[in-house]
Write a protein that binds this ligand. Structure first.
Ligand code: ADP
Ligand code: ZN
Ligand code: ZN
Length: 853
């Protein structure tokens, strides 16, 4: 009879379910998880049904009815609705924010203000008068407007105003008087996408004839015809242009002559529909794989909620274990979710899953268009697939019988979402698996300290993954509030077929410098590159910095070019000769003289990927380099394109930021160079050593994965650091021991948990005052939890003290175990809600933060 609906307004006052009446006609359609349109004050809003019941909080006679059900099938399952509540409690966000994160962007409502002809006109006096031909009461222009709107049925207000440009105030008046009516429509954000596509109009032989008949000077046009003769299929105009490196006018010219046609075509929204994936059969497992697979499949078969941490060295064949475990899960009629980090969701990875499970697999990643994403997601909802492989948010795939959740490269920080809801997919996956009695497999060659800690007996007292006792308001999440399981450790120490791990050399760059080598390549790496080029083997080079140089500095006065809006130095980009801010996108032209002292000795320092590319070209003439970083991979499909080129050995070197470190498997790669291993190590973050170890191990793991043995060079200015030494020896255990000791000593995670509160405002005094008020309030509230140890640090200026003209201060809460501190943080933040509203202060709360900047 009644539905509790959470509406699409992320605010404190609306962060609860509101009761609505379910009209008779909609009863069959409204379910938990339905997306509905409801009246809310004067507006109409989108919302999600989170509960059905027959005891409303208020006088049922006063309840408004649900206006519309927006989808044929509810986009959320009841367990997802429940999980959304857990997410909002755990990561301190509005529940609607958690719900919205679970549906594809296409279903986020777009509110459009539309105008219709008012009721007054239809039924009332004006209508009668009009129909009787007595126009005298309406101005001619008013009649025009009414006729125009009537003709359209309803029209978006902006379009109406642009049609009658000078009549803004008249239209407003007509709305007030009821001649026109304003209605709010809820539209989905999706629309079919069309692209220009080139069609050959004749058979290949004819096309070749035509090509021959073209005059010699039309070389480019000939090229196009021959291309189509060779592959007589429709092709996207943009693809053709980039493939042949020609301009659109060449193709248009041919179309004008009738040699081909260009049409608008709705894009095929299954991004993989045109590709065939050779089917693969299960491999015979190695003894190590066998043991691991045995444990996982047994748990899956017993429908037990268990969490495994699979520590397997790079190349140990984790993927094959995943595939066979998934098969066990499917054999039971249940579904599997596979999460991989966004940047390693390469065609290669997709191929492995599609190759085994064919079109039972849906793929979700952010490089899909909104429409493509929506279609993949619908396949999941309509049960056309039973495996999904995707980045972080695929954990919310609307499956109803989840049997297995796999998180590959579980240590990756990208599993944590940096905007609200700031959830960690690893922790969410455990909560979701608990709901379904499902098995979780966390796989990595370098498991995170958090997950390793989860395997220790000690972890049972101070569990990661739940931020305290559930507040009393919880509707239903009961056992979800404390997903307590001890992780079980599974290990694979050997690479498949006894292939050796690559030999790793640490190169001390200080020594290079003192012996007069100022190049970014050490002598030994230089030699190794020469050697591989000669042998026609391939090379991966890692440099964790994009652009040309890290910063621009004046040698005369020390001036450093900084972003005027953020507290961060600008990065030089060679191709555009500009300086760019990597936080806000601010761009300025390269200066030839110092803006501060007018000296000409202003230069870029440091090394970025672009600079290395240039240097490679100078040092190794003829070398073919593919550069992969955010600047070269923004375009859709570019990622795939570069990797395919490299795989086809059309390049000698794959150079890039951490993008090149993850998950790639190329047989001809026998040399890996980490050019500046210290870049990550020097970050002001307690996880710097862990990230360095992980990155070096991962990138090193790209070498020698097949028949040819691999070799790795790590160039560093701190060769004595334990993260670098351990990585070079493939010694995870000794790294883990040292790092655990360091964390324990400093009360860092995984021994303590953190909540980071960042406040930002344009003015420092107000910001400081607010931050201090917040900290004082929190300290006072925290007393109630004594004797649970809670440390409240700050407020201090954030490491990046200003972004986009807003100053930033932070407080850090360190605590242990089950302390229900999260609620208190929220309470303390609430004392500032007036300042938030009135003065536009922003407070962001990050539970279990991964980035402390
Ligand atoms: P990881 O993900 O652990 O780094 P992969 O799953 O990429 O390792 O496996 C490395 C290589 O070994 C792949 O080329 C894979 O096809 C191959 N491989 C995996 N398991 C087996 C097996 N049981 N027999 C033969 N080859 C295998
Ligand atoms: Zn900036
Ligand atoms: Zn200067």
């Amino acid at each position: 009879m009644y539905a509790k609906v959470i509406v699409d307004v992320p605010a404190k006052q609306t962060n609860r379910g509101f009761d609505y009446l379910i009209p008779e006609a909609l009863r069959e359609w409204v379910a938990i998880g339905s997306r509905v349109a409801v009246p809310f004050g004067p507006r109409k809003l989108q919302g999600f049904v989170v509960e059905l019941h027959d005891r409303p909080d208020f006088d049922p006679a006063k309840l408004k009815p649900i206006s519309e059900v927006l989808d044929l099938y509810p986009p959320l399952t009841p367990d997802l609705v429940e999980l959304a509540e857990w997410v909002s409690q755990t990561y301190l966000c509005h529940e609607i924010t958690a719900l919205q994160a679970m549906v594809p962007g296409a279903l986020k409502a777009k509110y459009e203000r539309h105008i219709k002809v008012g009721d007054k006109d239809l039924d009332g006096a004006h209508g009668d008068l009009l129909s009787q031909g007595q126009h005298t009461l309406l101005l001619p222009i008013e009649e025009d407007i009414i006729e125009f709107v009537r003709g359209k049925g309803s029209i978006e207000i902006g379009s109406l105003l642009s049609k009658f440009t000078s009549q803004g105030s008249l239209i407003k008046q007509m709305i007030t008087q009821g001649q026109l009516l304003e209605v709010q429509l809820i539209k989905d954000r999706m629309s079919a996408k069309k692209v220009l596509t080139v069609f050959p109009v004749e058979q290949p032989l004819q096309l070749m004839d035509w090509a021959e008949q073209l005059p010699d000077k039309s070389k480019k046009q000939k090229q196009v015809l021959l291309y189509l003769a060779e592959s007589p299929y429709p092709i996207k105009l943009s693809d053709l242009l980039s493939e042949l490196n020609i301009s659109a006018s060449t193709v248009k010219g041919l179309a004008d002559k009738g040699y081909l046609s260009i049409k608008e075509v709705e894009v095929q929204r299954d991004p993989y529909a045109l590709r065939t994936f050779p089917r693969t059969v299960p491999l015979t497992l190695t003894p190590e794989q066998e043991v691991v697979f045995g444990s996982i499949s047994q748990a899956v078969n017993e429908l037990e909620h268990r969490v495994f941490l699979l520590h397997g060295v790079t190349g140990s064949g984790k993927t094959e274990v995943y595939l066979q475990s998934i098969q066990t899960c499917l054999d039971q009629g249940r579904e599997a979710i596979v999460l991989v980090p966004e940047i390693s969701l390469t065609p290669q990875m997709v191929e492995r899953f599609k190759g085994r499970f064919g079109n039972q697999v849906a793929v979700l990643h952010s490089r899909l268009s909104q429409g493509e994403r929506f279609d993949e997601w619908r396949k999941i909802m309509l049960k056309q697939v039973n495996v999904v492989i995707g980045a972080r948010s695929a954990i919310f795939a609307p499956f109803t019988k989840v049997g297995l959740i796999i998180i590959d490269e579980e240590h990756e920080s990208s599993y944590k979402q940096e905007e609200s809801p700031k959830y960690h997919a690893r922790d969410v996956s455990i909560a979701r698996a608990a709901q379904h009695g499902a098995v979780v497999v966390l796989g990595s060659a370098t498991p995170s300290l958090e997950s390793m800690y989860g395997t220790l007996p000690e972890a049972e007292q101070t569990q990661i993954g739940s931020s305290g006792n559930p507040p009393a308001t919880l509707r239903s999440i009961g056992n979800l509030a404390k997903p307590k399981v001890r992780f079980e450790l599974l290990t694979m120490r050997e690479r498949v077929e006894g292939r050796p791990l690559p030999k790793v050399h640490i190169v001390d760059m200080r020594e290079e410098l003192s012996e007069g080598n100022r190049s970014m390549f050490s002598r030994s790496l230089h030699k190794a590159i020469e050697d591989r080029i000669q042998k026609k083997e391939q090379i991966v080079l890692l440099l964790n910095r994009r652009g040309y140089a890290t910063f621009v500095m004046c040698r005369s006065c020390g001036y450093v070019a900084e972003c005027p809006h953020c507290d961060i130095s600008l990065t030089y980009h060679q191709s555009a000769k500009t300086l760019r801010c990597h936080y806000c996108g601010y761009t300025e032209r390269e200066a030839t003289v110092c803006p501060s002292c007018s000296s000409e000795h202003i230069r870029h320092f440091g090394t970025g990927t672009q600079r290395v590319e240039e240097e490679l070209g100078k040092l190794f003439p003829g070398i073919r380099v593919i550069r992969m970083d955010v600047d070269t991979t923004t375009e859709k499909g570019s990622h795939e394109k570069w990797l395919t080129l490299f795989r086809n050995q059309q390049a000698d070197v794959l150079l890039g930021t951490q993008m090149v470190a993850k998950g790639l498997d190329f047989p001809m790669v026998t040399l890996v160079g980490a050019l500046a291993a210290d870049t990550v190590l020097n970050l002001p973050d307690f996880r710097a050593a862990e990230r360095t170890f992980q990155l070096l191990t991962q990138v090193g793991g790209r070498a020698g994965r097949h028949e040819l043995p691999g070799e790795v060079f790590i160039q560093t200015y701190t060769p004595e650091h334990y993260s670098i030494i351990s990585a070079s020896k493939h010694d995870y255990t000794s790294f883990m021991d040292k790092e655990m000791g360091f964390r324990k000593f400093h009360d860092y995670p995984p021994f303590h948990r953190l909540i980071l509160i960042t406040l930002s405002h344009e003015q420092i005094p107000l910001l400081m005052r607010s931050a201090e008020t917040f900290a004082a309030k929190l300290k006072e509230l925290a007393k109630s939890l004594a004797p649970v140890p809670i440390e409240i640090l700050g407020p201090v200026a954030s490491p990046i003290s200003r972004i986009k003209d807003r100053y930033r201060f932070q407080c850090m809460v360190k605590y242990r175990g089950e302390a229900s501190i999260a609620g208190l943080v929220q309470q303390a933040a609430a004392t500032l809600s007036d300042v938030e509203k009135q003065y536009k202060l922003t407070i962001s709360i990050d539970v279990d933060p991964q980035v402390l900047m």
